[in-house]
Design a protein around this ligand. Structure first.
Ligand code: FDA
Length: 302
């Protein structure tokens, strides 16, 4: 991992900056990648995406939850967002990080919170994706998914192609709606591939496996090489267009997002919003050093 990437991952974990940033409003160029700090402004962005034939997966941002009160506040914010999806009649679902609703405090308490969220979403026919965080939380996330799937169908998760174990996980989750990604965290050589070429190869392999399985596949990448290879594969294998979608993050390759939707592919944009934007934004800068220019430009133009 390059120095720049490690630097921005370290910044994303800095709790002093994280709490300071909540008071700043969107700064450092974050407004290009975060759709506002409140539900109203986020909904405007979602409506605009919908008008271009693009659906949204909404992330009510939140990091470093240490107390049950904070977790309950985060859960309530997610429930309010679900109500807003329903009342604004937008084409959207939600992405939830389990640490935000108490996974590090008490897994049983976290399970209760996510059950409440999935049950509320089910009433409105809204899907809930459990975002995948670092390796330390992976098994707990899959265990919670398994518990939820006994009761609900409107839930799925994310599998990261950089992990050695992911092929087995994709095979075990054949019937489940999965978002497939390369992986955003810094993981050790014991558990994960380190070379881009190997990660890309494994990514394509996992995509091909899940595209041929019954579960819906969300291919979440900005990588046009991967997207091109997927297009070839779905033609070759006659994979139905309603069995998969492409996903990208809000503010990334916006023209390509619209073009893919125009070509007739189902497309969903990941739309993060909220006051807790800082760690999310630092992880995005870590992934793509070119984005750092954005941050620097906005610093000098203040
Ligand atoms: P990568 O960063 O490897 O880029 C490949 C190539 O694509 C680049 O070399 C460049 O040519 C081109 N490219 C990429 N971005 C570009 C840009 N902005 N403009 C122009 N060209 C560009 N991770 C995780 O661990 N858990 C999760 O739950 C999620 N969830 C998630 C949802 C969604 C919708 C997305 C898109 C991503 C995630 N991720 C994630 C993040 C994911 O794991 C990964 O870190 C990033 O998507 C970066 O990898 P890419 O596949 O986009 O390509």
């Amino acid at each position: 991992m390059g120095v720049t990437k490690s630097f921005f991952i370290a910044l994303s974990k800095n709790q002093v900056l994280n709490s300071a940033a909540k008071k700043w409003g969107l700064k450092l160029g974050a407004g290009k990648m975060v759709a506002g700090t409140d539900i109203q402004s986020m909904m405007q962005s979602v409506k605009e995406l919908n008008s271009n034939g693009i659906s949204a997966t909404i992330d009510s941002l939140g990091e470093f939850v240490h107390t049950k009160e904070e977790a309950v506040r985060a859960k309530d914010a997610i429930l309010r967002t679900l109500e807003a999806i329903q009342s604004h009649s937008v084409n959207a679902h939600m992405s939830v990080k389990l640490t935000q609703i108490g996974l590090d405090i008490d897994p049983a308490f976290c399970l209760q919170n996510i059950q409440e969220i999935v049950a509320a979403a089910e009433k409105y026919d809204i899907f809930i994706n459990l975002d995948m965080e670092d390796y330390a939380h992976l098994q707990q996330t899959l265990d919670i998914l398994e518990a939820l799937l006994k009761q609900y169908e409107n839930v799925g998760t994310v599998i990261q192609a950089y992990l050695y174990r992911s092929e087995k996980d994709v095979e075990n989750l054949q019937n489940v709606r999965l978002r497939l990604v390369k992986g955003a965290y810094k993981e050790s050589v014991e558990v994960s591939l380190q070379e881009k070429k190997e990660i890309d190869e494994n990514y394509l392999k996992l995509i091909k496996i899940h595209l041929q399985a019954p579960g819906y596949t969300s291919i979440a990448t900005h990588d046009h090489h991967i997207i091109g290879q997927v297009k070839t594969f779905i033609k070759e294998k006659n994979i139905p267009l309603d069995s998969f979608e492409f996903q990208m993050l809000y503010g990334f390759r916006s023209e390509m997002q619209k073009d893919l939707a125009k070509e007739g592919f189902a497309f969903t944009t990941y739309v993060p919003f909220g006051q807790d934007w800082y760690a999310y934004y630092m992880r995005r800068l870590a992934e793509r050093p070119q984005n750092i220019n954005l941050a620097l430009k906005s610093l000098v133009s203040r």
